[in-house]
Design a protein around this ligand. Structure first.
Ligand SMILES: NC(=O)c1ccc[n+]([C@@H]2O[C@H](COP(=O)([O-])OP(=O)(O)OC[C@H]3O[C@@H](n4cnc5c(N)ncnc54)[C@H](O)[C@@H]3O)[C@@H](O)[C@H]2O)c1
Length: 282
């Protein structure tokens, strides 16, 4: 299947990642129908505002940024690509894949933007004859800006599904890397360990949050310190990914730091709630 067949695209979840992913698909595939679905009205309003803001920034006033839906709608509609970017929860994502299955045709691609969960496990939520069409498409925050696309393949992923994912990466102006399905793939496994360790150092009172971030920015030339990055990702997402790594590898190096757990319990989730390791005015 070539890019010409990419006419109908469905993104489930219109939060930080889903809205951005929907937008870049709409920009890369002019004329395609891009539906972004989220159950939260607040998020749908934010997504619509973001589409407008990004289209202005990109000077694409006439671009169709995508339709925003509150539910899946009729099962008869068939999509060429269905990608989920809902909350990092395996059971929820499986339910979404069940819904995707009802809206698929033989060449549809089923994709997940999960940061850590098993793509193989997710693939069991679609009809077995379509499991070869399931792939991980791990975009980074914010999807409009970040160049990397980590593509995750399972034992069952068809070569043609991988080819299509690579082709899409080029269209989206992303740089693809391919990883075999494993908890946290490469990017979350490496990145989250650093973030979790920075939180342990903060918990131990070794340095202030500002100085931990300054150390990694100026000492390692990181564009962003690990604690600011955690706030940017969302501490609920960071916690969920750390827990998944720990559950899967059973290695204590992945145990989530208690301070991270407490921040999540307090709903101090970082930028999205205005407070995490730092406080945000806007
Ligand atoms: N935040 C990041 O930096 C980042 C980066 C890469 C991947 N991811 C992954 O992307 C996914 C989404 O993360 P996010 O940061 O956008 O989270 P988010 O909380 O901003 O968005 C998740 C959205 O899912 C919606 N949702 C929940 N149940 C739903 C349902 N049944 N149907 C439709 N929508 C539903 C929520 O209303 C919410 O808007 C997660 O799997 C996360 O691991 C996040």
């Amino acid at each position: 299947m070539g890019t010409n067949a990419m006419q109908k695209i469905l993104i489930a979840g219109g939060g930080a990642m889903g809205a951005g992913i929907g937008y870049i698909f709409a920009r890369a595939y002019p004329g395609a129908q891009v539906d972004v679905m989220d159950t939260s009205e607040k998020v749908r309003i934010q997504a619509a505002e973001s589409f407008e803001k990004w289209a202005k920034k990109d000077r694409e006033k006439d671009a169709e940024a995508g339709r925003i839906l509150g539910g899946f709608g009729k099962a008869q509609l068939q999509y060429d690509l269905m990608l989920e970017a809902v909350t990092e929860n395996l059971e929820l994502k499986k339910k979404i894949f069940n819904e995707f299955d009802l809206r698929s045709h033989d060449a549809s691609l089923f994709a997940s933007n999960t940061s850590s969960l098993s793509i193989t496990d997710l693939s069991t939520a679609v009809n077995p004859k379509r499991q070869g069409r399931v792939i991980g498409l791990h975009f980074f925050n914010p999807p409009r800006v970040m160049k990397l696309l980590e593509i995750i393949t399972t034992e069952a992923t068809d070569a043609s599904a991988l080819d299509l994912a690579r082709e899409m990466a080029v269209k989206l102006e992303k740089v693809p890397v391919i990883c075999k399905d494993a908890p946290g793939f490469i990017t979350s496994r490496l990145g989250i360990v650093l973030i979790n360790e920075a939180i342990f150092a903060l918990q131990e009172g070794l340095m202030s949050a500002e100085d931990i971030d300054t150390s990694m920015k100026l000492g390692y030339n990181f564009p962003m310190g690990p604690l600011s990055l955690a706030d940017f990702i969302g501490l609920d997402v960071v916690f969920a990914v750390t827990q998944t790594l720990y559950d899967n590898y059973q290695d204590s190096k992945y145990r989530p730091c208690m301070l991270l757990r407490k921040k999540v319990e307090a709903d101090h989730l970082g930028r999205k709630t205005g407070r995490g390791f730092f406080v945000y005015a806007d």
